[in-house]
Design a protein around this ligand. Structure first.
Ligand code: SAH
Ligand code: SF4
Length: 478
């Protein structure tokens, strides 16, 4: 079927205000998709999330926009007309993962008429990566960055009409576009961005360069979004930011993070409230107090250590010391004794000596983390630490293995803490490894598997914890 589109006229008629402009383009894409469906176009779409919770949240927004454009979600990339990736670039191996996936999709692209492969996310904020993609992967038709995820419909429209590759990456923006569609992965839990970007410039980290300067959302908008989620059946909300504790610092007279957390926790009907990530340098007494006095805030603190050596922390630009970190942990443990504690640690930061590494081991032993995410330092071009003198690979590898052992020993010490207790579990899914079982989470983020079926998903159950397996339990409904 022939159809004629006056592309210029359509662009000229588009509203200039957001999000009205994007809704206009969603309608235009939908018209195109409906016509193509008559010719056999299936309009199946898929978004593959690579990376952190922010990336997952972007993925939900992209899916919401695609559905509004007339696409149907598929889990099978062999059956997708659009595959979008939300990429991560925090460590080198994240980039490799994308290249592996693109290589495998080439064959499918050649067979599927009109297929669009698109990439967004942190990796696309790096000029060299975008140039490399454009040069080596001609079948990638859509490239956009972290600051214009909201523009998917407009960019997609351009790609569909022109048939050409569309690339739009901007360095930073002060604009926050609210009220776009979003397809939440889980009905019973949802996440809400409270701030975007980061101002901390830890010397190893690429995030401030690819996510831009910190921009806090207006507290009223955040509360309204949380209320909507609760009305929609969400029992659990996760507040998201690169450094949630510095929420509001960029807006004079703004609500602070503890105030915001308190206001969200007190919304009627909210069973659980979580947040990610907090930086130890800004973890205030007010925050501890709000957590202590609001039992629906999760009994879990994720407190990224990165290194236990004060000298390394200084060179990482973290603004806390071994001593101040340990003091903070003591305070948290005293105020909220039932909270689990988890952390992130980087091994082999440039200049790390055996003595520095021993400081990290000391902190792990003293903090007795329930879990620690350990990373080998990855050199990110453009960050200050990339220019520092690097630690030889074999030494880093050996330290990494030693750290892992200490982490395992320390988490094993917590293994039986709640054994035999009856605790509330939010059921998240059926257990894929054990038939007849479901899996859920305690308020302290620990997983629990117990007999049940899919009708329990999204419900809160009182479960007796009968067997401890490290960072998870087996149990039975009490
Ligand atoms: N905003 C969060 C972290 C985001 S990145 C925070 O400040 O905690 C998630 C984790 O990746 C970090 O905590 C750090 O441990 C790790 N990471 C970041 N950059 C890294 C690098 N260059 N090499 C290795 N690990 C890194
Ligand atoms: Fe990266 Fe540091 Fe910002 Fe976290 S706080 S995103 S580690 S710069």
């Amino acid at each position: 079927m022939d159809y004629i589109i006056d592309y210029k006229e359509i662009i000229e008629q588009a509203p200039l205000d957001e999000p009205a402009r994007q809704y206009y383009f969603m309608d235009r894409v939908r018209e195109l998709v409906e016509i193509r469906k008559l010719e056999g176009y299936k309009a199946h779409c898929m978004v593959e999330v690579m990376g952190c919770q922010m990336s997952a949240k972007d993925g939900e927004k992209l899916l919401g926009i695609l559905e509004k454009c007339g696409y149907t979600v598929t889990e099978d990339d062999w059956d997708a007309d659009i595959v979008l990736f939300t990429t991560c670039t925090v460590r080198e191996n994240a980039n490799q993962k994308l290249y592996g996936r693109l290589g495998r999709l080439k064959h499918q692209y050649e067979k599927r008429d009109g297929m669009i492969i698109g990439i967004t996310g942190c990796m696309m904020q790096e000029k060299d990566e975008v140039e490399g993609i454009c040069k080596h992967y001609p079948y990638v038709k859509l490239v956009f960055g972290t600051h214009n995820v909201y523009k998917l419909a407009e960019l997609l429209y351009k790609s569909l009409v022109t048939g050409k590759r569309t690339v739009e990456v901007i360095d930073d923006t002060k604009l926050i576009v609210e009220d776009l569609p979003s397809d939440r992965k889980f009905k019973f839990k949802g996440s809400v961005n409270i701030s975007y970007g980061c101002n901390n410039f830890c010397t190893y980290c690429i995030v401030p360069y690819v996510r831009g300067r910190e921009k806090s959302r207006n507290a009223t908008d955040i509360l309204r979004e949380c209320e909507k989620l609760i009305e929609d059946g969400c029992l659990e909300i996760m507040l998201l930011g690169q450094n949630v504790n510095s929420y509001g610092n960029d807006i004079p007279g703004s609500t602070t993070f503890p105030e915001l957390l308190k206001a969200v926790a007190e919304l009627p009907g909210l069973k659980r409230l979580r947040y990610m990530t907090s930086n130890p340098k800004d973890f205030s007494d007010e925050l501890i107090e709000v957590m202590r006095t609001h039992p629906n805030i999760e009994r879990h603190v994720h407190l990224p250590l990165q290194s236990g050596s004060s000298a390394i922390l200084k060179r990482m630009n973290r603004h806390y010391t071994k001593e101040s970190y340990l003091e903070l942990v003591r305070k948290i443990r005293k105020a909220i004794p039932d909270a689990t504690l988890t952390t992130d640690i980087i091994v082999g930061f440039p200049g790390e000596t055996e003595e520095d590494f021993q400081d990290t081991i000391d902190v792990v032993k003293e903090c007795r983390y329930d879990a620690a995410y350990t990373f080998i330092y990855s050199k990110r071009t453009g960050t200050p630490a990339a220019k520092f003198e690097q630690v030889p690979e074999d030494i880093v590898k050996e330290r990494f293995d030693r750290l892992l052992k200490v982490v395992q020993e320390s988490s094993a010490e917590n293994e039986n803490r709640d054994l035999g207790k009856v605790m509330e579990v939010l059921v998240e899914d059926v257990n894929r490894n054990q038939e007849g079982y479901v899996t859920g989470r305690l308020s302290n983020s620990v997983l629990v598997h117990f007999p049940g079926d899919k009708s329990l998903i999204g419900t809160m159950q009182m479960v007796k914890l009968t067997e401890s397996k490290g960072f998870y339990y087996f149990g039975e409904i009490a």
